[in-house]
Write a protein that binds this ligand. Structure first.
Ligand code: IMP
Length: 184
């Protein structure tokens, strides 16, 4: 899917496919260096992190395992509340494992704060976070993010795994939506 496939639904491309891939190269090098000699368990948060996980994992030289978690955050509209329900739990036992949570975007950080506490209670050797995108509100929240791809403005974005009403996830870049899509 590309911009031409979604008519006039997009307002502006924020990050091109090339920019995303270049930054993922850098993030993978950092992660490879930081976890040298260790085995890493990548935990992807469904569904948004699917693209980041696939592209980041393929760039790593480290031996990694991949596991997935699906959570739903109770909230109104596009804002999350921090009250989280597990829809799909991990298959892996985290005891003594080095865990890296892979996220698409951190907005308020409420979902992530809950997830960190939940995974840390399972006896891992370490738990860190890598997110492709980070909105300004995440800087205010006391959430520790080890690897950030891009800080972005406080705007709703779609593409590269991110959706609006389950659409646009398969765009290869990150874009803002045209206002008519919200009001439809
Ligand atoms: P938080 O708990 O406010 O950090 O919410 C994080 C979750 O909200 C992300 O994992 C996304 O699923 C969703 N989200 C936040 N901002 C956006 C956006 O701009 N586009 C699409 N989804 C978003």
């Amino acid at each position: 899917m590309d911009a031409g496939d979604v008519g006039d639904d997009l307002a502006k491309v924020l990050l091109t496919e090339e920019q995303l891939h270049r930054r993922l190269d850098e993030m993978a090098s950092e992660i490879d260096a930081d976890y040298a000699g260790k085995e890493l368990l990548l935990v992807g948060v469904l569904k948004g992190a699917v693209m980041v996980m696939a592209d980041l994992a393929r760039r790593l030289h480290l031996p990694v395992e991949m596991d997935w978690m699906a959570v739903s955050s109770y909230g109104s509209g596009t804002r999350s509340s921090g009250v989280v329900r597990i829809l799909k739990d991990l298959d892996a036992d985290l005891t003594d494992r080095h865990v890296l949570i892979v996220e698409d975007i951190v907005d308020s950080g409420l979902t992530l704060t809950w997830l960190l506490a939940n995974l840390r209670s399972r006896g891992p050797a370490s738990v860190e976070v890598a997110t492709l995108l980070r909105k300004p509100s995440a800087t205010k929240a006391q959430v520790e993010i080890r690897y950030t791809g891009f800080p972005i403005p406080d705007e709703f974005v779609v593409g590269y795994g991110l959706d609006h009403a389950e659409r646009y996830r398969n765009l290869p870049f990150v874009a803002t939506l045209a206002p008519h899509v919200y009001s439809a």
